[in-house]
Design a protein around this ligand. Structure first.
Ligand code: 6R9
Length: 631
């Protein structure tokens, strides 16, 4: 990178985990585990994969021919066999696999045995509709147990699922159905959100107008009276299930067969269909849920992510089921009927491991401590975060107000493309607010310049993964060029994450933001995350977004959008205070030229701030792909 900014060292806070957490952690000695991995990476992954059941063992752990890797070569497996049968064999038949809470208070409970039976029967129902191994099934459903059943049923018979978040509109859904050439769409007639029933089926109908690949639509009917179905073309979820055979053995899949396609937003052009495979993805999901999130057998585990994005796939569903854990899942948004609901659910279900996103934490901070303090949160053992940088203010709040300074905060950095965690703090390790952590054993990552050389500590550079890993994406669906664009050739080919980062002398990595969000002001590189974090550390600020506005003199001007904490008032003094605060925290180059106060920020449906939308608005230009924008 040219013009790397020397990042001033602020007094860095370090939290040491309590001794019982060190003992409780599955990776007790990071350095030793990492060394073991480095000595023989293939043996490291072989040992982890050996915990799982395979129908045929691999001939080779890894086969790497740039830019394509194959893992567990020629091995045969089925992820549902590991999520279901494996636990029936291990005396977990009657253990709760899934607790589900509807917005109206309805509860559904599936034991491993019930989930197993439901998945098999629905898998047969899909086969009766003509779904075969390799066919694509699009799942567009609310967060209900039937969504999990639908995903696992696809995996059971070797069909490829492509889950689309139920908040997407017709054209985004159409784009994903057409792109993946889905044969069947599974949906519901409606979805409950903030006390309202939102019809889904009309959206599907519109999305199917130019989608010739779709042969059948399966509808989960929630509404009363039930929605009418179009004869033959539309079928009822439970009716086809009831008619189907009960027993459905798991399809024998090659480790490299596709498990799913998940669309992620591109900066420009159409969304990218990220392709993950049956073997490597399974190993990555299993390993990280066990060793990073440290989920234990008695735990009730809640990952708040929607199954429509990668965190929902890996850590709301596949990872915990691979471990045989008890999952909690709900339709509840964090603010309805009030901002105490999530804490109430933690108390009533005795949640032990809670995995959420900075956007939710910052929203809670805005409403104050009284809400969580109403509830008994003593069941919590591990807190984890994903999706955006967890700025120090949000870290402190999560750590103190929710975790009562007991629970480790696990800030997990990874991507749709990486399939599972890459860089994170581990349960027994020291925590540094603002830093995600170190590459986990199994992963080689570094902060490099544009020539691929590691940059010195505290200098900004590009975050790269320098060796292939089992859960890496295998393709961008039907777009080899886009796949290749992630891989950087050179002396040593590496995977470009497109994130900017700095590393400290202990190897802890701080994410500065996406490289396309980098702002260069008067020749200095400024990461959006740094500026936003500095603003949020001011007592009046709840959320902030920073963008660069082209300027003839400085190259760019820094403009920030700020949401204030409830009850704070905008005036000249506040504007002056905010600028002064940023100057004190980051120095004069990062002082924003413009501050705009807003009530909301454009975000993706998974909670990430879409800075390029703000920038496009500001400049009156086309924002590019906005299919992931939350309305
Ligand atoms: C899992 C997921 C990936 C991008 C990633 C980065 C940002 C994710 C983060 C984080 C800082 C973390 N990101 N986790 N930034 N700290 N702990 O979010 O996947 O939706 O594909 O987004 O999200 O910018 O490159 P995805």
């Amino acid at each position: 990178m040219t013009n790397t900014t020397q990042h001033t060292e602020h007094t860095q806070k370090v939290y040491k985990p309590a001794p019982e957490y060190r003992n409780d952690a599955r990776i007790k000695d990071y350095d030793l585990s990492y060394l073991n991995f480095q000595k023989d990476p293939e043996d490291f992954w072989r040992r982890i994969a050996s915990d799982l059941l395979w129908f045929r063992p691999w001939d080779k752990v890894k086969d790497w021919e740039y830019p394509h890797a194959r893992w567990f070569v020629n091995a045969k497996c089925n992820i549902t066999y590991n999520c279901l049968e494996r636990h029936l064999k291990n005396n977990r038949r009657n253990k709760v696999a899934l607790f589900w809470r509807g917005e109206d208070g309805t509860e559904k409970i599936y034991t491993y045995d019930r989930l197993y039976k439901a998945v098999m029967q629905f898998a047969n129902a899909l086969q009766d509709l003509g779904v075969e191994k390799g066919d694509v099934v699009c799942i567009y459903m609310p967060t209900v147990p039937e969504q999990v059943i639908a995903m696992l049923a696809c995996a059971r018979i070797g069909a490829v699922h492509t889950v689309v978040f139920a908040g997407y509109g017709a054209s985004s859904l159409n784009q994903r159905i057409v792109g993946s050439e889905a044969k069947v769409v599974i949906t519901a007639d409606a979805s409950m959100r903030r006390g309202k029933s939102i019809p889904l089926k009309p959206i599907v109908e519109e999305a199917l107008i130019h989608a010739p690949s779709v042969e059948r639509v399966v509808v989960l009917r929630i509404q009363d009276p039930p929605t009418c179905l179009l004869d033959d073309f539309e079928v009822d979820f439970y009716q086809i299930m009831k008619k189907a055979e009960k027993n459905c053995p798991a399809e024998v899949m090659d480790a490299e067969d596709t498990l799913f396609i998940l669309y992620t937003s591109g900066t420009t052009g159409a969304p990218k269909g990220i392709v993950h495979t049956c073997g490597g993805y399974m190993v990555g999901a299993y390993y990280t849920t066990k060793y990073v999130l440290n989920v234990k057998d008695d735990d009730v585990y809640w990952c708040t992510a929607d199954p429509g994005w990668i965190t929902g796939h890996t850590y709301a569903i596949y990872g915990p089921l691979l471990l045989g854990s008890t999952i909690f899942m709900t339709e509840h948004t964090p603010d309805y009927p009030d901002v105490g609901i999530w804490w109430q659910l933690i108390e009533s279900y005795g949640i032990n491991v809670f995995y959420t996103a900075p956007t939710a934490i910052r929203m809670f901070m805005r409403y104050g401590e009284d809400w969580p303090n109403e509830y008994d949160l003593s069941s919590l053992r591990i807190l984890a975060s994903v999706g955006e940088p967890l700025n120090p203010e949000a870290f402190e709040w999560f750590y103190k107000v929710i975790g009562k300074q007991r629970c480790p905060i696990i800030d997990t950095w990874w991507q749709t493309e990486t399939g599972s965690h890459m860089i994170t703090t581990l349960a027994g390790e020291e925590m540094k607010p603002g830093y995600a952590g170190k590459p986990i054993p199994g992963i080689m990552a570094d902060v490099i310049d544009k020539d691929g050389n590691p940059v010195p500590p505290h200098q900004a550079g590009y975050l790269a993964i320098t060796a292939p890993w089992p859960s890496m994406m295998r393709h961008v669906h039907n777009d080899e060029e886009r796949y290749k664009s992630y891989w950087n050739t050179g002396k040593q080919p590496y995977y470009s994450t497109n994130d900017l980062a700095i590393k400290d002398e202990d190897g802890y990595i701080m994410i500065l933001g996406r490289s396309d969000d980098l702002i260069i002001v008067s020749g200095h590189n400024i990461g959006t995350a740094e500026v936003e974090s500095a603003l949020i550390s001011h007592h009046a600020v709840a959320e902030a977004a920073a963008i660069g506005k082209p300027d003839a003199v400085k190259g760019n001007l820094l403009k920030v959008f700020v949401i204030l904490i409830e009850g704070k008032i905008v005036n000249e003094k506040l504007i002056h205070d905010l600028k002064y605060h940023v100057r004190q925290t980051l120095g004069p180059i990062a002082v924003p030229s413009e501050i705009e106060f807003v009530d909301s920020l454009p975000k993706t449906r998974s909670g990430k701030i879409m800075r390029r939308v703000l920038k496009a608005q500001e400049m009156g230009i086309d924002p590019g792909d906005i299919s992931t924008l939350d309305e």
